[in-house]
Design a protein around this ligand. Structure first.
Ligand code: BCO
Length: 336
């Protein structure tokens, strides 16, 4: 590079008449290309020195496997609130409750860890059929707990990796899940809601992906899930506007599936949501519901139609001629 620069400058002194202009242009071109090459080589090296290696490796390498155990230990230090789980064996419906009411159930690091543990328990619940994700005190969730957020500004990539893992596991539970949106569902709260199969909303509730107003994009996987759920256009519209929607608008946008007919006390709305879930999706045998949901997830993850059909056939063959089918045949059911 220095050699090229030296030659170019000394040549410039020699060529003074117009006939040499073409040659001079060519030298200048060589010089510019050399400088560009030099910059291309040196800038990534300087960046590497300035930005912590761990961040570069995790943010830019597709093969990066975040150490979720280490992240979990770090997040667990950001205390405040809990996430509680009640599994009702009789109905087969569990209720997972975000519990940080003084801060409208916004999520601390500790709550993220709690939620991941609840999801692990639900992954291993063979008699389960459904799950309701709700918040305590009449609010679903007002996003990341801003007290936690302010302390964890250095830890965004790691927190996102942890939440992506937990919420993908939530979405892929073999249970039919529904988020009950009451009061405020904002930012990260709206992201949590998209990790359930369905969303039921109280008529007085509001929901919005306000991340863009907070100088952020989605950190807990909602962009990916929204594109699957609503398609590109609606995802772009909800995420770039940051608009906070009332219940009917959220229904019209396709974000929610059912608006409760009346505003009730928050525990009564939970009861109504449970009735809606059971009546629509959890009437049948737990084993069959879980097999069905697993097949749907399999089909979603394996868009290769042959692979998905093979899996569907294998599951079908397991139930064909089994006791549930024989009982149904004997019952002579009329599907009116
Ligand atoms: C990776 C995550 C990315 C994100 O989630 S970005 C979005 C983060 N969320 C927010 O910015 C929401 C901020 N809060 C608000 O806009 C309002 O509080 C909200 C939800 C409209 C409710 O308004 P109001 O009904 O007037 O109630 P309020 O403001 O008096 O709130 C009651 C108490 O709750 C607190 N609170 C609400 N949301 C919080 C949050 N996210 N983190 C920490 N604290 C939060 C609020 O500070 C207030 O506490 P205090 O009574 O003043 O001690």
């Amino acid at each position: 590079m220095l050699f090229t620069l030296h030659c170019a400058l000394s040549d410039y002194e020699v060529f003074t008449n117009e006939a040499d202009n073409v040659r001079m242009m060519s030298i200048l071109r060589t010089l510019i290309i050399s400088m560009a090459n030099f910059i291309m080589k040196i800038v990534p090296k300087m960046l590497n020195l300035l930005v912590p290696r761990r961040f570069l490796a995790c943010a830019f390498s597709s093969s990066c496997q975040p150490d979720l155990g280490a992240i979990r230990r770090e997040l667990d230090k950001f205390e405040g609130g809990t996430v509680d789980l009640k599994m009702d064996e009789q109905s087969g419906v569990a209720v997972m409750t975000l519990n940080n009411p003084l801060r409208l159930n916004s999520m601390t690091g500790r709550m993220m860890v709690d939620m991941a543990d609840c999801i692990t328990r639900l992954e291993n619940w063979p008699s389960g059929k459904g799950l309701i994700l709700t918040g305590t005190g009449g609010n679903f969730c007002s996003g990341g707990d801003l007290t936690f957020v302010r302390k964890a500004l250095h830890y965004g990539a790691e927190m996102a990796a942890f939440q992506h893992d937990a919420l993908t596991r939530l979405l892929n539970l073999p249970l039919i899940s529904v988020a009950l949106l009451q009061g405020h569902t904002l930012g990260g709260g709206a992201e949590l809601a998209t990790a359930c199969d369905y969303r039921v909303i109280s008529p007085s509730a509001k929901v919005g992906f306000v991340q863009i107003k907070m100088g952020l994009t989605t950190g807990w996987g909602a962009t990916t899930r929204l594109v699957h759920l609503l398609g590109r256009q609606k995802a772009i519209s909800l995420l770039t506007s940051g608009k906070v929607m009332a219940a009917e608008e959220a229904l019209n946008e396709g974000l929610v599936d059912h608006v409760l007919p009346y505003s009730l006390a928050s525990s009564d709305e939970l009861g109504e949501c449970k009735k809606w879930l059971i009546a629509n999706y959890c009437k049948h045998d737990a084993d069959l519901i879980q097999a069905t949901k697993k097949s749907v997830i399999y089909a979603d993850l394996n868009r290769d139609i042959k692979v998905s059909l093979q899996h569907e056939r294998d599951v079908f063959a397991k139930y064909w001629g089994g006791p549930a089918q024989k009982a149904a045949l004997s019952a002579n059911i009329k599907h009116k």
